[in-house]
Structures are given as structure tokens and as C-alpha cells.
Design a protein around this ligand. Structure first.
Ligand code: HEC
Length: 400
């Protein structure tokens, strides 16, 4: 009963996380697009004299919009000024709650994989939290170092550091746990950029304008740098958030390298759109085929190789014993594993017919990748994975 309630809580939080995330990223994409498409008003015209630095017209939802951006601040701050910050805060908060429910309360099954590192839940959670908050500290120091003056070098260093984090985390967590923590590090950097740099910068701008002073342009510049970083983070982070559906990514032996490659695809695509918004679609166009080829090169490199020919005939009795020992404690109508009160994902592995019907997914989850048993809580051996794979290759017959 309580378990079932927790699942509902999880569903609600996940739903909120998705909604706020869409609102945040949608607004951020819109403003980046807006900024890059503004054109300066006529020189010495009324708008130029009033301090307007760029303007554009758009049509949407049955009406015309005229947007103007001031070079610094308007002569007078309007009574109603819209801020965009709660989307970011609530995305982070709901994400953190979701991470805690799944990966910290469920550390034993989702975060820890005893065949990778036999650590206790406490240690695992400390490493997880340390990586998330440590990630922000390292990134923030990097932004305050002279490195920030060279965008390209900064980008490469940040990319290498995050890849190192992915590698390090994959040595202590399950593949899935490592991926989600890289996502959490990046998401935290993004939300903290909003909270600590972007919003304070805007507040300084508004306050200076209210006092009738010329605002210090530096906080605005910092905010712009951080917004640009957030912009390049979005596609990789979104990939990580859906990656748990694709065990062939996080379940790969070189999952961390795969993550780096797919993130690079996301960055290239984002870069193309940024160039396009600046009217450089032609120069940037080559990035799209590069991203496409890179993505499928990664896919091919990640394919399981040399699916070994079965060395022996595996009887159903052997396969059935393995499944009953290693899977059925969770995958049953009434699981005996105390963490579940219903079969996860509706997958039941109790009868011969169910085992045969699920053969493709069984192979994917236990042979091609070692995603199942979750966290290897039932101590499945590599020998058993091999036997199960052969049984499926031989047709998954349930006749003995
Ligand atoms: C500790 C409990 C547990 C054990 C033991 C376990 N599983 Fe799972 N299994 C789960 C959970 C939880 C999910 C849902 C994972 C998710 O949320 O993505 C799942 C999902 C699956 C899926 C569906 C995957 C998908 O997304 O389509 C398959 C297939 C599966 N398990 C097979 C197995 C096999 C085969 C074994 C034994 C070798 C096994 N499981 C052992 C908990 C377990």
C-alpha cells in the first residue's frame, strides 16, 4: 500500500519536473532566438535615441508582436516587469526530489551495482551529492578564472572535465546512476547559474536603472556568458533525462565515452542553430551532417560484437532455474522482493510461456547489457548470462 503511494508521488514529481523543464527550456530557447534575431533600429531615429538596441516583429497565435530590446535600461522601469526564474528553480527542485526518491531511497537497486563497486548506500549517496555540489564549485571557479576569456578553450576544458566526471562516476555507480549524476551536475550548474549569476545580475541592472544610474555592464556580461553555457548544456541534459529508457547507452562497458560522444552531437546541433539564428545558416550547415554521422558512428561502435556461437545446448530446465533464481523475486505477480508490490514494468517471469515471450527483452537486459537484475541484487553470474543468451539463441524452447 505505502509502496504504491510512493509510486504515485514519484509520478506526480516526474510530471511536475517535465512541465517546469519544458517551461524553462522553452523560454530559454525563445530568448536565445530573440537575442540573435534582433536588428538595430534606424540610426539616429526615435528608437535609437530612446536607447533601443534591437527590435523584431513576429506573428504568432493570431496576432503581431513588436519586441524591442534596450541597450542597457529603459528611461523608466515599467511597473510590471516579467522575470523568468521560477521555471528554473522548480525544475531543479523537482529533479532533486525525483533523484532522491529513485536513486537515494532506492540506492541499493538503482544507484549501486555490486559488480562495479561494492559500496554502501550511505557512501554512494555521499559520492552522488558530492559530485553534484562539487561540480558547481569547480565550474564556478573555472568561470572566474582567466580561461573564461577564451570561449573555445573554455568549452573544451569544461567538456573534458565533465567527461572525466562521467568516467569517475561510472567506476562507482551503476551505468544508469552514473548517467543521471552527470545530468544532475549539469542541471545544477544551469539552475545555479540562474540563481547566483543571472538573476542577481538582472537585479543590479533594475536597481541601477531605478536609481537613475548607468548600470555597471559587467554583471550583464557575466549573465550572458552563463546563459550561453546553459544553452549548450540543454541538448546533452535532455538526452541524459531520457537515456534511462535506452540500456544500450548507459549499459555499455564504455557508457561514459558514449555519453561524451552523444553530448558532442547535442552541442554541434545546438551550435548550428545558434549560427543559423545569427544568419550564418550556410556556414554552419556542415555541422548537421557531421552530427548525424557521429551519432550513427557511435551507434555502430556500441553494437554488441561477436555474438558468440553457443558452445553447448542449454536445456530449458537450466534457463528456467536461472530466471527463477535471479529475476522472479521482482518479476512476479506478487514479488517477494520487499521493494516491489507489483511486477516492474509489468514484466512477469514466472511461467515458461512468460519466459519465452520475453526472450528478446531478457537478452537485451541481461546479455547485451547488464542492466538486469537491477543493481545485480540477485548476484547473477557472467556464466549464467552466457547460458541464458545461448538458450535464447537456440530458440528459447520451453520443452525439456
Ligand atoms: C531487484 C528487482 C529486479 C530484479 C531481480 C530483476 N529486475 Fe528486471 N526490472 C526491475 C525494475 C525496477 C524494472 C523497471 C526499470 C525501469 O524503471 O526502467 C525492470 C525492468 C525489466 C524489463 C523491462 C525493461 C524495459 O524497459 O523494457 C525486463 C525485460 C527485465 N526487467 C528483465 C529482467 C530479467 C531477465 C531479470 C533477471 C535476470 C530481472 N529483470 C531481474 C527490477 C528487477
Amino acid at each position: 500500500m505505502e509502496l504504491n503511494l510512493l509510486e504515485w508521488v514519484q509520478l506526480a514529481v516526474r510530471w511536475i519536473h517535465m512541465i517546469t523543464g519544458i517551461a524553462w527550456i522553452g523560454a530559454s530557447f525563445y530568448f536565445v532566438w530573440l537575442d540573435m534575431n534582433l536588428t538595430p533600429p534606424a540610426k539616429d531615429g526615435d528608437k535609437d535615441k530612446a536607447g533601443v538596441g534591437g527590435e523584431l516583429w513576429a506573428v504568432h497565435g493570431g496576432g503581431f508582436y513588436e519586441v524591442q530590446k534596450y541597450r542597457l535600461a529603459p528611461p523608466e522601469i515599467p511597473p510590471v516587469l516579467h522575470w523568468f526564474k521560477y521555471e528554473a528553480y522548480f525544475t531543479w527542485l523537482s529533479g532533486f526530489v525525483l533523484l532522491s526518491i529513485l536513486y537515494y531511497f532506492g540506492a541499493d537497486i538503482y544507484l549501486i551495482d555490486r559488480s562495479i563497486a561494492d559500496i554502501s548506500p550511505d557512501v554512494a549517496i555521499l559520492i552522488g551529492l558530492g559530485s553534484i555540489f562539487g561540480g558547481w564549485i569547480v565550474y564556478d571557479l573555472l568561470c572566474k578564472s582567466p580561461l573564461i576569456n577564451n570561449q573555445a578553450v573554455f568549452g573544451v576544458v569544461l567538456f573534458l572535465l565533465l567527461t572525466a566526471a562521467a568516467f569517475g562516476l561510472s567506476q562507482v555507480f551503476s551505468g544508469r546512476g552514473a548517467y543521471i549524476h552527470v545530468g544532475a551536475i549539469m542541471g545544477t550548474i544551469m539552475a545555479a547559474n540562474v540563481l547566483m549569476i543571472i538573476i542577481p545580475g538582472q537585479r543590479a541592472l533594475v536597481n541601477a536603472a531605478k536609481r537613475g544610474e548607468t548600470p555597471d555592464p559587467r554583471p550583464g556580461l557575466w549573465a550572458k556568458q552563463r546563459s550561453l553555457h546553459n544553452n549548450y548544456f540543454t541538448l546533452p541534459v535532455l538526452f541524459i533525462m531520457i537515456s534511462s529508457h535506452y540500456p544500450m547507452t548507459f549499459g555499455n562497458t564504455y557508457g561514459w565515452l558514449l555519453l561524451a560522444g552523444i553530448s558532442l552531437v547535442g552541442v554541434l546541433v545546438r551550435h548550428y542553430f545558434n549560427l543559423k539564428n545569427q544568419g550564418k545558416a550556410k556556414q554552419g550547415f556542415i555541422l548537421l551532417p557531421i552530427a548525424f554521422v557521429l551519432f550513427f558512428a557511435i551507434a555502430i561502435a556500441a553494437m554488441p560484437r561477436g555474438s558468440s556461437e553457443p558452445e553447448q545446448t542449454v536445456s530449458f530446465a537450466t534457463a528456467e532455474r536461472i530466471i527463477l533464481d535471479r529475476c522472479t523475486s521482482c518479476h512476479a505477480a506478487s514479488p517477494t522482493d520487499e521493494n516491489y508490490d507489483a511486477p516492474p514494468k509489468g514484466v512477469r517471469l514466472e511461467t515458461p510461456a512468460q519466459m519465452a515471450r520475453e526472450k528478446t527483452r531478457i537478452r537485451q537486459q541481461t546479455v547485451s547489457t547488464k542492466t538486469m537484475p537491477l543493481g545485480n541484487v540477485t548476484n547473477m553470474t557472467d556464466e549464467e548470462r552466457k547460458l541464458l543468451g545461448w538458450w535464447i539463441q537456440q530458440g528459447a524452447s520451453t520443452a525439456n
